[in-house]
Design a protein around this ligand. Structure first.
Ligand code: F6R
Length: 238
């Protein structure tokens, strides 16, 4: 696991963009594994800006998102499908048919999506305050594939900011790539900023490999780069 500490979120987004751009430059038909949430917003803004300024093309790029809430419409303003369109897809020249965001609420929906996710060149990840990756909450087996998950109170509390600050409006379930699915990616890029991620970052990097911190599985990934700001790095021993 390679760790890069940046002074702030802006620098983090620029460094993350460099990693993403290397993958795009190496293969014009790259397969990107994408995440939603606050962490990647700056990186997506960099990708959009670069597309507009330098013409980096996504014509043949394929994307697979990590997760989606269960029980809200695709076109709901809070769906991850809407998030991806608003922050990235509609601003670049990607073919909408090449973009994939999981959808559904059954084991069959999950299996079908898992079978589609193939050959991911780079998987972008954020991390939850409890160490989750995707929506794989603590206790999820490391070999789990795409599945329907019940969200923890901590995750719903963290995400209520997108739902009028009302935890009761936050969906209780999600469909998420499993840790096994995530680990199949050739390269993993995890980004995190802010003090509220510092405990999870310490457990991921310095803690034991344990399902109590799902992200600790990345200690086993052959090509994982972690880019964090000083606040998220503040609890690391060195
Ligand atoms: C989002 C996802 C989640 C987030 C995590 C951090 O697709 O899979 O694991 O990456 O909850 O969220 P933010 O970035 O909003 O702090």
């Amino acid at each position: 696991m390679k760790v890069l500490v940046t002074k702030d979120y802006d620098e983090l987004s620029k460094e993350a963009f460099k990693v993403m751009k290397d993958v795009l430059d190496a293969n014009e038909a790259a397969v990107l594994g994408l995440a939603t949430g606050s962490s990647p917003e700056g990186l997506y803004a960099e990708m959009v800006e670069d597309h507009k300024a330098n013409g980096t093309s996504y014509k043949d790029v394929v994307t697979y998102n990590l997760d989606e809430y269960v029980g809200i419409d695709r076109n709901d303003p809070q769906s991850y499908y809407t998030f991806m369109n608003d922050h990235l897809f509609k601003h670049i020249d990607i073919d909408p048919d090449n973009t994939h965001v999981p959808y559904g609420d059954t084991a069959e929906d999950a299996k079908k999506y898992d079978d589609e996710v193939k050959g991911v060149d780079i998987q972008l990840l954020g991390i939850g305050r409890n160490g989750h990756i995707g929506f794989n909450e603590p206790g999820t087996p490391f070999d789990e594939r795409t599945h329907i998950v019940e969200l923890t109170e901590s995750t719903r509390d963290a995400n209520k900011r997108f739902f009028d600050n009302d935890i009761n409006k936050v969906p209780t379930h999600a469909i998420s790539q499993g840790i096994g699915t995530v680990m199949d990616a050739k390269k993993v890029l995890l980004i995190a900023n802010g003090e509220d991620k510092a405990d999870a970052i310490k457990a991921m990097i310095e803690g034991p490999l344990s399902i109590d911190c799902p992200a600790s599985v990345l200690q086993n990934h052959p090509d994982c780069i972690v880019i964090i700001d000083e606040a998220a790095a503040s609890k690391l021993s060195h």
